[in-house]
Design a protein around this ligand. Structure first.
Ligand code: FES
Length: 88
């Protein structure tokens, strides 16, 4: 089951966009194009997740990431990838 694709949800609601979610979408897309991550993650754009004051909001696995930056996402993806390879 280790090769299953993980979903990464990114809010594209009005408030998150104001807080940088539009640029973040581009950054995540290019990050996921990297050979290392290709085919392992699927970016899903969402409407408002009702956490507007803490935007941009992103969810990966069971975790909701608040005021997220591309650095945070890189870190989480790296963790998720290493967990994935440990589980085989
Ligand atoms: S606009 Fe993103 S949580 Fe509301």
């Amino acid at each position: 089951m280790g090769s299953e694709r993980q979903f990464l949800f990114l809010c594209q609601g009005k408030d998150c966009k104001k807080l940088g979610a539009k640029l973040l979408k581009k950054e995540i897309k290019s990050l996921l194009q990297a050979k290392l991550h290709r085919g392992k993650f699927q970016l899903v754009l969402t409407k408002c997740m009702d956490r507007c004051k803490s935007g941009p909001i992103c969810a990966l696995g069971n975790e909701v990431l608040k005021r997220v930056s591309i650095r945070d996402i890189e870190k989480k993806i790296k963790e998720a990838t290493s967990l994935d390879s440990q589980q085989g």
